[in-house]
Design a protein around this ligand. Structure first.
Ligand code: PRE
Length: 287
């Protein structure tokens, strides 16, 4: 194995910023899609992969969550939050014509984060979704003769030699994305490059048969132990309508008593509980 880290590439994605912050100087391998990232770590082509999980404006990256639910062998071993600044960029030959751009490419999350700019300033341009912001920038660099632009970050503009013609076009300034590192076993991954901000544990819980108060019972198992939840979300089980997994993040790491007892209590009321990871989290500072 020559690379130990895989990520949603190419170079110039926000995911690559997360990788650089966590694994400074280590070799890493870009994959084109989130499912490709999961396969890479599952089949042992890399030891770790970094994928986006949640954005302030757009919420969960459902593709990541669904693959995480499916890939029970993979664990979250670390998390990093990256500030997201979106810029509109074009090929250097098209700088003077940027207002006439006919199609704008980007990741669906990035397009959604720039709704105001796209509907006010670039109303006439078609919005085209792409696998990642970096891949959209690469595409624009390869087609100087087409009137196309990309929404991506500063690093992508530098990597693919594009010109930023409108900077900071995301709808709100407080825009952040959470990325997770996945690995085949549950050993938490620490980096020496940043201070740890805190610890989390993520559970996937399937409720017993649908009955009144089932979710309330689950929440009270955490509540009376004063365990602070930082996120709760449901995803369809894909078996039949109305069947959900609940994904719950708590603000503490796995211990010997409190969390095992919570799990025991949940299992006693008929829930199936999986721990998707217990891990440190980090923040990349705003520039
Ligand atoms: O396309 C990228 O640059 C990514 O890293 C993916 C992604 C996402 O999936 O949300 C990450 C951060 C931004 O919110 C936009 C796109």
């Amino acid at each position: 194995m020559s690379y130990s880290i895989g990520y949603l590439g190419p170079k110039g994605t926000f995911t690559s910023i997360a990788v650089d912050a966590l694994f400074k100087g280590e070799r890493h391998m870009p994959y084109q899609t989130i499912p490709n990232c999961f396969d890479a770590v599952k089949f042992g082509h890399v030891k770790f992969v970094v994928v986006p999980l949640e954005n302030t404006l757009e919420g969960t990256v459902n593709l990541t969550l669904d693959y995480l639910i499916e890939s029970k062998s993979l664990k979250i071993v670390s998390e990093i939050v990256v500030p997201i600044k979106q810029h509109f960029m074009v090929h250097k030959r098209n700088v003077d014509k940027w207002r006439d751009i006919e199609a704008i490419y980007s990741h669906p999350h990035a397009l959604a984060q720039c709704h105001y700019f796209l509907t006010q300033t670039m109303r006439g341009a078609k919005k085209e979704t792409f696998n990642s912001t970096g891949a959209a920038a690469e595409l624009v660099s390869q087609h100087p003769n087409r009137l196309i632009g990309a929404i991506a970050n500063e690093q992508a503009a530098a990597t693919f030699d594009l010109e930023i013609v409108k900077a900071n076009i995301h709808d709100i300034l407080n825009n952040h994305t959470r990325f997770v590192v996945l690995h085949k076993n549950d050993t938490a991954l620490r980096t020496k490059h940043m201070p740890i901000k805190g610890f989390k544990t993520t559970f996937m819980i399937a409720l017993p048969t649908d009955h009144a108060g089932a979710l309330h019972q689950v929440l009270s198992a955490f509540a009376w132990r004063r365990i602070n939840l930082s996120k709760i979300e449901s995803r369809p089980m894909k078996t039949s309508l109305g069947q959900y997994y609940f994904l719950i993040d708590i603000e503490q790491k796995m211990d010997d008593i409190l969390i095992p007892n919570t799990i025991q209590e949940l299992e006693a009321i008929g829930c199936q509980v999986e721990v998707l990871g217990s891990y440190p989290y980090y923040h990349v500072n705003e520039r």
